[in-house]
Design a protein around this ligand. Sequence first.
Ligand SMILES: [Cu+2]
Length: 129
Amino acid sequence: MHVRAALSCVAVACAMSGCATDPPAPNSSSTPPATAQPGTDGVQHVTIDGTDALTFTPNVIDAHVGTIAITMKVTGTTPHTLTFDDLRLGTGYVAGHASKTLIVHVTKSGTYSFDCDYHPYMTGTLVVT
Ligand SMILES: [Cu+2]
């Protein structure tokens, strides 16, 4: 009896303070997406890093339908590729401390995933709106 009364008391306090509607805390370890910036050439430009931790950083690119120039900069000594398997398009081998730019023409909005040929678990997503 005593316990039940205490529990319903907590429920009322929670509803009144609105604590049930608080959004979950954001994941502070995730990197915000990279947004492709339109240049004077009409091409959207974005640069992401390929790291020795075997990650693309950031690993989400936001862009709009059109032409997107994605530069992958290899920040360490481990070579990578940036490859869109579905689009059959990629940078090919990019050596340590080098960078390469991939031009992608996107005509349809959607989500396009990419990865590294050498490290298939190294993945990223191009989100086109
Ligand atoms: Cu790689």
